[in-house]
Ligand binder design. Structure first.
Ligand SMILES: [Zn+2]
Length: 376
């Protein structure tokens, strides 16, 4: 692992996989870019390299486009064949498990099996492949996903060599894929539609949109910098959420007339109590998102439109009144239909997906993650 194609150990591996590959594919990934190269062998195996260093070896137990029969696992790992279940893998590989996922920690590498539809690991015949990777599976994108058909072609590069991201075209490609449902825009980052205007305003040092792929789960981070060229990176969830995000300046400072008109209709942040509630306002109506506990382990949130009496009490009692109201909501068990808040919870209603999205956009500068990222 991590060796180059010319390395004797890699050459031995290529020989063991049957010598000449049936296909060799190359593509540039991301910006700054790396070259991803896949060597595919008729034996049902693949070697994936990033900039000439081996990052993954994949043994396909099931037939693939380049190998009509799956890889003969028993040759490589005693006691395994294409009918192996997770229990068989545990017995045969006999190594500590990775945290999360189904992987194993080997000496200097990780092994991660994948099963049909991400389940069925207890039944024979569902094993698709076993990937051996340099990076821990949950901490880095899977090298196999370099070719994900849903998201691998969304970066548009500028025509001149080495001139980086063609920003307008890339934003259009991402917006198109989002409209087609291939990727999902994160409401916790700068909306794709605002990226260009915020960047042009020069009010933020870095402006970033994040979108996750529904197929491979990688998160695309498109970032425009005030002082340096744009980047387009694929990351995993935990890495993506820790990326820095400055507070987004008020729309009056950077939005055009149309954007300002949209903002007048949108939800706006009013107040919050960390870890407990958020209050937003939309055209004079107040909405309270109250965190509650289903049991001692599992929490959830309800979105309640404040009625006139509650609104009046808030005007009189302020922050403390809302904390008390949230306490009452929690105590009533709003996930059970005996609670007066069960029916009022807008997250249970038909418009819940749209409301969560508007709500997330309204509080984007104020979530605890945002505050942590700014170190405040
Ligand atoms: Zn993808």
């Amino acid at each position: 692992m991590a060796a180059s194609e010319e390395d004797p150990a890699v050459q031995r591996l290529i020989d063991a996989f049957g010598g000449q590959p049936v296909a060799a594919k190359e593509r540039l990934v991301g910006e700054p870019a790396y070259l991803s190269k896949r060597l595919q062998f008729a034996s049902g195996s693949e070697i994936i390299m990033h900039d000439d260093a081996v990052v993954a070896v994949v043994l396909h137990a099931a037939p693939t486009g380049f190998a009509a029969n799956g890889f003969n696992l028993s040759q490589w790992i005693q006691g395994l064949d294409k009918n192996a279940t997770l229990a068989d893998l545990k017995a045969a590989i006999d190594a500590p498990r990775t945290l999360g996922g189904m992987g194993f920690m080997l000496d200097g590498a990780y092994a991660e099996p994948s099963f049909k539809n991400n389940r069925g690991w207890n039944d024979p015949g569902n094993l698709l492949s076993i990937s051996f990777t340099v990076e821990a599976p949950q901490r880095a994108c899977r090298p196999e996903d370099d070719d994900c058909p849903s998201c691998c072609d969304l970066l548009v590069r500028a025509k001149a060599p080495d001139s980086g991201v063609y920003v307008e075209q890339t934003i259009a490609a991402l917006a198109g894929a989002a409209a087609a449902g291939l990727i999902i825009e994160s409401p916790r980052w700068v909306p794709l539609a605002d990226l260009h205007a915020l960047h042009a305003s020069r009010l933020m040092e870095r402006v970033e949109s994040q979108l996750s792929c529904t197929a491979c789960k990688r998160i695309i981070c498109l970032t425009l910098y005030r002082e340096s060229p744009a980047t387009f990176e694929f990351t995993v969830f935990n890495e993506a959420r820790q990326r820095p995000l400055e507070a987004i300046p008020p729309v009056e400072q950077w939005g055009d007339d149309l954007r300002l008109a949209q903002d007048r209709d949108a939800m706006h942040y009013v107040d919050h109590q960390p870890g407990s509630w958020f209050l937003v306002e939309q055209q004079g109506t107040l909405f309270l998102e109250a965190r509650y506990w289903r049991n001692s382990m599992v929490d959830s949130s309800a979105l309640i439109r404040l009625d006139q009496a509650e609104t009046d009490s808030y005007r009189a009692g302020g922050h403390d009144y809302l904390s008390e109201l949230v306490h009452q909501i929690d105590k009533s068990g709003p996930h059970t239909d005996g609670s007066p808040y069960f029916q009022r919870d807008l997250y249970r209603g038909p418009d819940s997906a749209n409301l969560s999205k508007c709500f997330a956009a309204a509080i984007v500068n104020h979530t605890w993650i945002a505050e942590q990222r700014r170190g405040s």
